[in-house]
Design a protein around this ligand. Structure first.
Ligand SMILES: [Zn+2]
Ligand SMILES: [Zn+2]
Length: 258
């Protein structure tokens, strides 16, 4: 803990992740599962759960375990409820950034739509295309790629430098490659959320999607390519505990081995 430098280092720290995980287990109802401590509805998936600090974490108290790692100061809630809590108390959470990745048709946008708040930024290449072409979704002329990429880079820079008064930023993309994903997360101080859906399920959704019936072959290829390129995040034992044993670790010890 003592060597954790910033809020974003804290959220990546082994101590925090372990605490969040154990609270999720301890607070699960044997029959109903994990219930949101704000709306009392069930939290269906791990990625839907956010651990909120009642006394807000700041760069000056993040080192204080009686605040940062105190179960009594932590509520497990839905993303959407987390937005509602911060809205009600007028406390901006510290402009958290999420990278939401997964295969085509995994439901990344659906997840972000359900999780985001009104003052959040969503960065999604597909939507950028739509914004400047008025074309139907998935019609993305490659001639415009340069313009789209430059627009994306401007927004990525705003997100990285926390420019403006947005609450949270969500970056949606395939990001199959672990190294690239992790590099982007480091650059942006982002948390990574994997929308995990098996390949057969993506294909099934494609075949049921009437909007894509004339571009099915293209999409089969996108799905196939994504799974070919996919390199999963290494299991926690290698990834976050490379020099475990002291139970303390430094932020360096948590950097992935390539
Ligand atoms: Zn809730
Ligand atoms: Zn919070």
């Amino acid at each position: 803990m003592s060597r954790v430098q910033t809020l974003s280092d804290f959220y990546k720290s082994h101590e925090w992740r372990r605490l969040r995980q154990s609270l999720m287990i301890q607070r699960s109802h044997p029959a109903k599962g994990l219930l949101c401590e704000h709306c009392k509805e069930v939290i269906l998936k791990d990625i839907d759960c956010i651990a909120h600090h009642i006394k807000e974490l700041t760069p000056s108290n993040v080192h204080d375990a009686t605040i940062a790692l105190n179960p009594g100061n932590i509520l497990l809630v839905h993303h959407r409820c987390h937005n509602a809590i911060h809205e009600r108390f007028g406390t901006a959470s510290a402009q958290k950034v999420y990278i939401v990745y997964g295969p085509p048709l995994s439901g990344k946008t659906t997840f972000v739509r359900a999780s985001k708040g009104r003052k959040d930024i969503v960065l999604d290449l597909d939507e950028l295309y739509r914004a400047i072409t008025l074309l139907p979704p998935y019609d993305k002329p490659s001639e415009l790629a340069l313009n789209i990429f430059q627009l994306r880079d401007v927004l990525l820079d705003q997100i990285k430098t926390r420019t403006g008064k947005w609450s949270q930023a969500w970056i949606i993309g395939g990001y199959p490659n672990f190294v690239e994903r992790e590099r982007l997360a480091q650059q942006l101080g982002a948390e990574i959320i994997y929308i995990e859906v098996p390949q057969e399920e993506c294909v099934k959704r494609l075949l049921q999607d009437r909007d894509k019936q004339y571009v099915q072959q293209d999409w089969l290829n996108y799905i196939h390519d994504w799974f070919l390129k996919f390199t999963p995040t290494p299991p926690r034992s290698e990834f976050q505990e490379t020099e475990s044993g002291t139970g303390e670790g430094t932020s360096d010890a948590r950097k992935p081995k390539f």
